[in-house]
Write a protein that binds this ligand. Structure first.
Ligand code: AMP
Ligand code: MG
Length: 388
């Protein structure tokens, strides 16, 4: 239901330095070949293979960036350095280690293979070839390839601009001293990290109050500048839970509750002009798990990623996983290698307030609702957050 309503953001042309981690918006087609010229792969001598074994007069040099302008005729050779252009007339390069040099005369081995020791034009990339597909994420090799082909800028999908707000009158800023009944706002920092890792540009709104009108003003004020609103807290059914009514007044709430543990109060709404809102639960683990399950794939869709979900791997449960009767549960585990397979170990108490259950976790294991649970030793698909 969420992904169906997620738009893909527009395209912008961005300098290579700022493309790291971005998603290519169009196929990248090579406009020229690589290498563009026959380039020596070694230091040695450019010769005609027909002259194998003969003493050859060295008539010049072809260094990288400084080609030899003449022709290698019968009985001659040109000294060539790695990256130098293979001169006209020559059809192979002999490594310097394989020749005998006396003065300006070089003698090659008795048999030479035409085409050896240089890269043919177009051997790496042919002009017209699709080198990167739209939807590819740009990392080191992809950006190097784009630069080699002469593209100083690339068309990439825009990053989602996200306004992030914690709600709750019990919250104090980190570094401040919580009074009785107060707690530090930790969700904002956890979600800031999760959002950035997912490619978003984050506008921090700080702590929103549990009061209808000021909350509304905070949200309405920032909406024109962002694509997405992410809040934490204020979505349960308590009388101070104001996010859902606020989103209902601003747009359409499509999801107001999920059969998920942790994260039952997760809320998703669409707002006018293609904007989106995610009301995440207040409990720290609930907010991060619902971020993983619903928000991260949505942000990836907005950025044009082909792959929206975390990869999964089969793992062997090393503990008896108890199920919840009416809700799918995402349990947090660490993974360790046991022989040829991965064993999943519970991170301990799976309380939705216990961030220790998620800190250092490698994966989420999905336990279907019911009274069965999953017995230790069973192979399950784990959603991988990080490999050990
Ligand atoms: P709520 O959904 O607003 O009732 O929040 C549920 C519980 O989550 C609260 O009682 C807090 O213990 C916790 N909580 C809410 N917001 C935050 C936050 N920003 N940082 C840490 N814990 C929070
Ligand atoms: Mg609250």
């Amino acid at each position: 239901m969420v992904l169906e309503r997620i738009p893909i953001l527009g395209v912008e042309r961005v300098a290579l330095a700022h493309c790291v981690g971005r998603v290519l918006a169009e196929d990248l087609i090579a406009t020229e070949s690589l290498p563009a010229f026959p380039a020596s792969a070694v230091d040695g001598y450019a010769v005609r293979s027909a002259d194998a074994g003969k003493p050859l007069r060295v008539v010049g040099e072809s260094a990288a960036g400084r080609p030899f302008s003449g022709v290698v005729g019968p009985g001659t050779a040109v000294r060539i350095l790695t990256g130098g252009v293979l001169p006209d007339g020559a059809d192979c390069v002999v490594m310097v280690e394989d020749v005998r040099l006396e003065g300006e005369v070089v003698t090659t081995p008795g048999s030479l293979q035409s085409g050896s020791n240089f890269h043919r034009p177009g051997a790496d990339v042919r002009a017209g070839e699709r080198v990167l597909a739209a939807g590819s994420q740009l990392g080191a090799a992809e950006l190097g390839l784009a630069a080699a082909l002469g593209f100083p800028r690339l068309p990439v999908f825009r990053r989602p601009r996200v306004a992030l707000m914690s709600t709750g009158d019990e919250l104090v800023e980190v570094g401040g001293k919580p009074g009785r009944g107060q707690i530090v706002d930790s969700n904002r920092w956890a979600l800031l990290a999760a959002l950035r890792e997912a490619g978003a540009e984050v506008r921090g709104l700080g702590i929103g109050p549990d009061e209808t009108e000021p909350l509304r003003q905070l949200v309405v004020g920032v909406l024109p500048e962002v694509d997405v609103l992410v809040t934490s807290g204020g979505v349960s059914v308590g009388t101070h839970d104001l996010i859902k009514p606020l989103l209902e007044s601003l747009g359409t709430v499509h999801v107001g509750r999920v059969k998920l543990k942790p994260g039952k109060p997760f809320t998703f709404a669409t707002l006018p002009e293609g904007r989106l809102a995610f009301g995440l639960p207040g409990f720290p683990v609930s907010s991060l798990v619902t971020f993983e399950v619903f928000v991260r794939p949505a942000l990836r869709k907005m950025q044009g990623f082909g792959q929206l979900h975390r990869p999964t791997l089969p793992v062997r449960l090393a503990y008896d996983a108890r199920a919840t009767a009416d809700r799918t549960e995402y349990q947090r585990v660490t993974l360790r290698r046991e022989g040829g397979e991965m064993a999943a170990v519970s991170t301990g108490s799976q309380s939705s307030s216990r961030l220790m259950s998620l800190a250092g976790a490698h994966a989420l294991v999905r336990i279907p609702p019911g009274d069965q649970g999953i017995k230790a030793g069973t192979i399950v698909e784990a959603m991988i957050l990080a490999l050990p």
